[in-house]
Design a protein. Structure first.
Length: 319
């Protein structure tokens, strides 16, 4: 899951009609970019290659030894570790579950805030990322807006304009777009079909026109915080063999992530050490943070997750 964000850049690229030149090849795009590549990561940027054909996407990070394949037709993602010769299979139902849990948690927080005294609510709600109406009540509906800043920059040899997309007043997407590339209209398919975005945010993203040359993404999925950056270096059309988007043979499946229907699970909070249970049938889910490098931590609360990350960051600075 940690390699999903750089792929969003590919997901915003035009998806060409599947015109076969040979039985196994179709027209698509080869994109070279630089990206930090990791959810919440602060790693140095490095070069990556993206292959895009129809509803199939592939990211190759040679330095990290990672390949990530997105198959919209199969509604899943394969994250491949070439060094360990293993992969993780994540189904879109997993992301849909994260989004629904986030929206349930949001609704509970809105109700709790609206029961507070007015002055306390006005002080706490903005700090928690909520909007207030004219009466000082927290707005229950998720709000999204597109802001055209009028700022311009030259990226990969093309003039680009900045567009910011906000969700509940917070920046979710910071995109630099160009209309100088004569390609079909860009579409956002990956996140919409994966079920990660709220409907208002997805609708706002659909309004964005142009070819994305630079992208910053900041999403709070409730239990997982997403942040990544990517910048295009070059784009070219090419015939790409469809075998590029198949799972290589000889790999071991390390994990399959999908909507969980099984019974109660027990976790240990990485911050406070407390054991806690989660019942997926009740829509419950632990707070999760995936550290750069792939290690996953579980927490009993958002507070513990934030405290753990803060302590870890301080420890790393002291080294």
């Amino acid at each position: 899951m940690r390699w999903i964000l750089p792929i969003l850049l590919a997901a915003t690229l035009p998806l060409f009609a599947q015109q076969k030149e040979t039985p196994n090849k179709q027209k698509g795009l080869i994109v070279e970019q630089v990206s930090n590549g990791i959810i919440g990561g602060e790693e140095e940027e490095r070069e990556q290659k993206l292959l895009v054909v129809g509803d199939r996407l592939k990211l190759v990070d040679e330095k990290a030894g990672v390949v990530c394949i997105v198959r919209l037709d199969k509604r899943l993602i394969w994250e491949i570790d070439l060094n360990k010769k293993e992969y993780v299979e994540t189904h879109f139902s997993h992301f849909e579950e994260l989004r629904r849990q986030r929206e349930r948690n949001r609704a509970k927080m809105v109700d709790a805030l609206n029961r507070m005294p007015l002055l306390e609510r006005k002080e706490k709600a903005p700090r928690m990322g909520f909007l207030l109406d004219k009466s000082g009540n927290v707005i229950k509906e998720i709000r999204a807006e597109v802001v055209e800043t009028k700022k311009t920059a030259k990226i990969a040899g093309y003039e680009a304009q900045q567009v910011i997309i906000k969700e509940d007043g917070r920046i979710a997407f910071n995109i630099w777009l160009t209309d100088k590339l004569k390609v079909p209209q860009s579409v956002i398919r990956f996140y919409r079909e994966a079920g990660m975005l709220s409907k208002p945010l997805a609708n706002a993203l659909d309004k964005v026109k142009g070819f994305p040359l630079k992208l910053e993404v900041y999403l709070d999925l409730g239990t997982v915080e997403v942040a990544a950056k990517a910048k295009v270096k070059s784009v070219k059309e090419a015939e790409i063999d469809l075998s590029e988007f198949e799972l290589p043979k000889g790999l071991k499946c390390r994990e399959v992530k999908k909507r969980q229907e099984e019974g109660v699970k027990t976790y240990t909070c990485a911050n406070c050490g407390k054991k806690f249970t989660i019942d997926p049938k009740k829509g419950e889910k632990p707070f999760v943070w995936v550290r750069p490098g792939g290690k996953t931590y579980h927490f009993c609360s958002r507070k513990c997750m934030l405290e753990f990350r803060k302590k870890l960051k301080e420890q790393e600075k002291g080294k």
